[in-house]
Design a protein around this ligand. Structure first.
Ligand code: UTP
Length: 489
């Protein structure tokens, strides 16, 4: 049987023959592309996924109020409620494990960044800091600083591998960008890129949508696609081979992210957790952040839409919100837990559906730009493995120190955009300087500290103590200063 015949048999079996409806009009090149595209999609599997998700869309969903419980207090730590000695002891555990090479970073950078609206990977975005460093660069330099701190304290660091999940659109530009900037001074061998998989979009009646006459419309399978990618791209084996026992997984778009945060890692290790989540206190009950809690005895992220208003507004005796553990896509996993998830549970992960306007072709093969949603995209979420955890530890951090998401383009008064991200960096870094004995003449002075100098405000006294700043302050490392001088000469 020819390639075309075998493909068309599969398509017929799964009622997807429309995919090859323009075959006679395609040239050889286009035919080849289409065949390759079809072969890259596991048609039986994705059609099955569609059936499951449609059942889910149509199900009469019960609210979760009666089944919910807060996370038990012994597994709900907090930066603001922990004494300094305890925080230092967590940090020490984390840093020691970093020095032994037991910690890795899992970066989720496969999203399409549609709301931000740039054509290149979000990690390459420059939010307009004085240094014009991108998100990738800032995160890479935070890793370098941590390696440095571990070396200073323990005499050596075996390495802090950085596993970066990209997708079809972000892989090549990301690789090129890292190479162009010499991997930000990190060891190239410790940066491992891998690509997540794509899923086709479907019409509401289950037909795979065609983006053109010879191309299936596909998008990345969500940040929960990381589990399949870790398994099928052989990354879990690489993690094991390197003897990494703990992973810090986070999104690419939080400018304040403490990459491989030793305090968080040390906290999770000392709680013997197999899985952990950093959270911030929800600012108000309807804030669009899922909350981490227990549902029927299992850990879960519950969205605002899944509970009634009165439950979301429920308060403790001190006036704080009962369900306030706002999930920020920042997690801890042991390698053993990832191994279990990947081998036992990855097919049980929930599928989430979003109705979207999806570019397509009409029955004549002409391009169409729909004005209302014409289909669905299916995604998996990283946090949907919480239910498989035996012991999930939650770590509440201060929002102004650790969380400022970049989701949208700049608009006046807008949220989670380049301007808010920038202002959040300035505010935090001014705080670091003031704590180290420096002063600002006004409280809106732009201030940026290179991650190569300080990870979280440490070691700044020698530069700033007793100084008064009245204009933009950019604190750079010696390496950056000499590089700047070289560039000027
Ligand atoms: P978001 O859900 O905010 O998506 O991703 P996004 O792609 O950044 O932006 P929009 O929704 O298109 O505007 C949260 C994190 O998960 C990653 C993103 O790169 C980001 O770090 N992600 C998302 C993936 O790695 N893969 C995906 O398929 C989706």
């Amino acid at each position: 049987m020819s390639n075309f015949e075998s493909v068309s048999t599969v398509l017929k079996t799964y009622d997807q023959q429309h995919i090859i409806q323009f075959w006679d009009k395609l040239d050889d090149n286009e035919r080849e592309q289409l065949l390759e595209d079809i072969q890259n999609v596991n048609i039986p599997e994705v059609v099955d996924m569609f059936k499951k998700t449609i059942k889910d869309i149509n199900a009469d969903k019960q609210k979760l109020d009666d089944k919910m419980k807060s996370i038990p207090s012994e597994l709900y730590g907090s930066v603001s409620r922990s004494p300094t000695e305890l925080l230092n002891s967590y940090k020490e555990i984390g840093l020691q494990n970093i020095s032994k090479g037991k910690v890795g970073v899992l970066l989720m950078a496969g999203g399409q960044g549609t709301r931000l609206g740039v054509s290149y990977p979000k990690g390459m975005y420059d939010i307009g800091l004085p240094s014009h460093k991108s998100l990738y660069r800032i995160q890479g330099e935070r890793i370098r600083r941590l390696i440095n701190l571990a070396q200073q304290k323990y005499g050596s660091c075996k390495g802090l591998p950085w596993f970066i999940m990209t997708s079809e659109h972000t892989m090549e530009p990301t690789r090129e960008y890292f190479a162009k900037y010499n991997h930000f001074g990190l060891n190239e061998k410790d940066i491992i890129f891998f690509e997540q998989y794509m899923l086709p979009a479907f019409t509401f009646d289950g037909k795979i949508i065609m983006e053109s006459t010879h191309k299936i419309s596909k998008s990345p399978d969500g940040n929960g696609g990381i589990y399949k990618a870790l398994r099928d791209r052989n990354i879990l084996n690489e993690i094991k081979k390197r003897d990494v026992m703990y992973l810090h997984a986070h999104s690419v778009d939080n400018i304040l992210v403490k990459v491989a945060d030793p305090t968080f890692i040390g906290y999770c290790i000392s709680k013997s957790a197999d899985c952990g989540a950093k959270v911030v206190k929800k600012a108000y009950p309807s804030e669009p952040l899922g909350v981490i809690c227990e549902v029927d005895g299992k850990f879960q992220v519950v969205e605002y839409s899944e509970i009634t208003e009165s439950t979301s507004e429920k308060q403790n005796s001190d006036g704080s919100l009962t369900y306030s553990a706002g999930n920020i896509c920042n997690h801890f996993f042991t390698t053993n837990f990832l191994n279990d998830v990947i081998n036992k549970y990855s097919n049980k992960l929930k599928l989430h559906v979003a109705k979207k306007k999806i570019l397509c072709v009409d029955s004549e093969g002409n391009d169409c730009k729909p004005e209302k949603p014409n289909g669905i995209k299916i995604e998996k979420f990283i946090f949907d493995v919480f239910e498989f955890s035996n012991r999930l530890a939650v770590w509440e951090v201060n929002r102004d120190e650790e969380f400022s998401a970049l989701k949208n383009g700049d608009t006046p008064g807008g949220k989670d955009n380049p301007s808010t991200s920038r202002l959040d960096v300035f505010k935090l870094h001014r705080k670091f300087i003031e704590k180290a004995g420096g002063k600002f003449i006004r409280d809106n002075i732009e201030c940026e500290i290179s991650p190569l100098l300080s990870y979280e405000g440490e070691d700044l006294e020698r530069f700033v103590k007793g100084k008064m700043y009245d204009t933009v302050l950019e604190l750079k490392s010696d390496e950056e200063i000499s590089l700047n001088n070289c560039n000027k000469n």
